[in-house]
Design a binder for this molecule. Structure first.
Ligand SMILES: C[S@@+](CC[C@H](N)C(=O)[O-])C[C@H]1O[C@@H](n2cnc3c(N)ncnc32)[C@H](O)[C@@H]1O
Length: 276
């Protein structure tokens, strides 16, 4: 088993993985290149359930972030840009926060919304959110098999777009459409494309550091991540360039405005394009 694993990692490193598809039998699930969308979604939920225990304690979420001063200063500038963007034209009314996680960004929504409802697949994440924001409605559901019980005035999701598998991309935006009142809007942010972060940033970009932790095929959306206890998990990380994202949302009938911050983030809004 171990031998098969190392052979597979070596093949990936040498870029031979396309020429050699390892047999499914006997391989752990996370190494299976044939993993389908359903398995990927389940694996990703399992990863976040396991990660919840350390999530708010990770450098990027912790108050006592100890990373390099230059990096932190540049990052603060980018966070300020995101805050200004949300404050200038914030989501109002009843806001649905998709993949709300432990509620790290929910407080920002509460400043402008009348009400916030958070949906997330990980009950452990929702428990953390409830402790921070007891007034926020909580729905535990896998977003890919969830049917919204109502329409919401506006929708927000942070660090979520990159976790939507390509196979579920169109289905996801259909769901967003069904969850939104006509004329409602979507606000989103995520990590910048690594090439943007690498060429404009001060280094130490967490996504790049994490990517280094474990080998992966650069062209694949499937990533392996390691938690503090040493356990390894499969998840999806699919980066977007702002123009490509806006164009793809246009294909799906949305008018989107998407930009990068100085180096660390990608953010934007989308609303249904007028028909006719
Ligand atoms: C990177 S975290 C983002 C959390 C939060 N939005 C933030 O900014 O910190 C991704 C979140 O997506 C949730 N998630 C993963 N797969 C999901 C799914 N299929 N349906 C709903 N939530 C899911 C995870 O539980 C996790 O809380």
């Amino acid at each position: 088993m171990q031998l098969a694993r190392y052979a597979f990692l070596l093949q990936r490193r040498l870029g031979l993985v396309r020429a050699w598809i390892p047999p499914t039998e006997g391989l752990p699930r996370w190494q299976n290149p044939r993993m389908d969308a359903e398995e990927l979604i389940a694996a990703q939920i399992a990863y976040y359930r396991a990660r919840a225990i350390q999530y708010d304690d990770e450098p990027r979420h912790a108050d006592n972030d100890q990373r390099r001063p230059e990096y932190l200063e540049r990052l603060r500038g980018d966070v300020a840009e995101l805050d200004a963007w949300l404050e200038a034209d914030p989501p109002t009314g009843h806001v649905l926060e998709i993949a709300a996680g432990s509620g790290n960004r929910t407080g920002r929504l509460l400043g402008s919304a009348d009400r916030v409802t958070a949906v997330d697949a990980a009950p452990e994440m929702l428990d953390l959110l409830a402790a921070k924001h007891p007034g926020v409605g909580r729905i535990q559901a896998d977003i890919f098999s969830w049917e919204p019980p109502q329409r919401y005035d506006n929708i927000y999701f942070g660090y979520w777009i990159s976790h939507v598998p390509a196979a579920m991309w169109d289905t996801f935006w259909d769901l967003v459409d069904r969850a939104l009142v006509p004329g409602g809007r979507v606000w989103f942010m995520d990590n910048a494309h690594p090439d943007h972060a690498n060429s404009n940033g001060p280094g130490d970009w967490p996504e790049v550091a994490e990517e280094r932790q474990i080998e992966h095929a650069a062209e694949s959306e499937v990533r392996t991540r390691r938690l503090r206890d040493g356990s390894e998990w499969t998840m999806v990380k699919r980066f977007w360039w702002p123009d490509a994202l806006a164009a793809d949302l246009g294909r799906l009938g949305w008018t989107a405005h998407v930009a990068h911050t100085d180096f660390a983030f990608m953010y934007g809004t989308a609303r249904r394009s007028a028909v006719g």
